[in-house]
Design a protein around this ligand. Sequence first.
Ligand SMILES: *Cc1c(COP(=O)(O)O)cnc(C)c1O
Length: 422
Amino acid sequence: MTLTTPIADAVRRRCDALDRQWDHETPVLAQLRTMFSPGAANTVYLDANSIGPMPLAAPERMREVIDNGWRSERRRSWNTSNWLEQPRLLGASLARVLGSEPEDLLVCDTTSVNHFKLLCHALQATQRSVIVIERDVFPSNRYVAEGIARLGLARLRDIRSIDELPAALAPGDVAVVSLSHVDYRSSKRLDIGALSPLIRAHGALSFWDLSHSAGALEIALRRHDVDLAVACGYKYLSGGPGAPALMYVHPRWRRTGWPALAGWMGHADTFDFAADFEPAGDMGRFQVGTPAVLANAAMTAAAEIWAQVDPVLLEARHQSLSELIIELMALTGIDRHLELASPRLHGHRGGHLALRFEDASALAQALVADGVVVSARKPDALRLAPHPLASCHADIGRALLTLQAILTDGRWRHPRFAGAQR
Ligand SMILES: *Cc1c(COP(=O)(O)O)cnc(C)c1O
């Protein structure tokens, strides 16, 4: 359905003008956009905080591994292909967008597993036993910490807001502070540059989960002297469903201690099959078992793109797309029905915008049914997550005009939108 009201025309003109201006002034971003699949016809994707867009080269990279590596070469591929180097190579390709050195990163396992590894690493490195963690963090991060506490390896100290951090650090017994850079519901962004030195000043390690910022915002792990970090591979980083996750360890902690999950792939000489474990001298020590070769092949296509991305431009583009959402909410009158639940300043927000609505789940499903892919989180957050490289301003315009139509005719109240959604 294409609306032709004066407001709809104004929305389209505004979006087209912004797209023309951006494509003219930053042709490099226009070029990078062509490296992603546009997805299904007549569909707008604002769900990059859930599954990022598919790089066009992903099927080809996977096909190469399947045809040459799996079907023909089989076990010989361990020698003839770079399968074992992929966790390090993928990490190196992501270094620019994370503001790290290439050797600081490793791509392997899942975000949750890497949380476990790095929390244990911090406990060992500091010889302290307290983990400070947010009460309302993404649940998996907390479950992992609880599991470590139940093993008797740590005690948890909850904070309900970041204002409680100084008091939590004061006793001087904290090993690690585990924080989400960006909250998965509100999109509230914490200040890595201010908090990391504060944490270190108390002899604790800063540990950042970048799942809702990596690939959407400029991140400067080395400049901000971050100790530990993880990020999800399948959100903005676009590594594909179930992609391996990212882990970062500052060099000052890289050779201390023993990997909590020591496995043969973390050994200094894996194929020596030595009886005793000897950790590799680099990030490789944090690997456990065999790399996920097929998943890594898909992620290679994304890494090829990220290696070309200027992080400052990335953040500017994301700011333009997300500020347009706020601007068009006012222009279309959507702001009479939904309230911005995220901070108004871009610098205080992460990858998505959360809008407060009583039945956000039903509204999200009505949008999805009309070709606008968004998500909801309980109790009342509608989440719109543009992808800075793959989305354009016209996508935002289309999404908000659809949202306006759904709010006007009340379609979201239909019983078919009542069930829960993932
Ligand atoms: C998406 C997400 C994860 C995902 O964890 P997996 O183990 O990779 O499934 C973890 N933490 C946060 C904050 C997330 O947003």
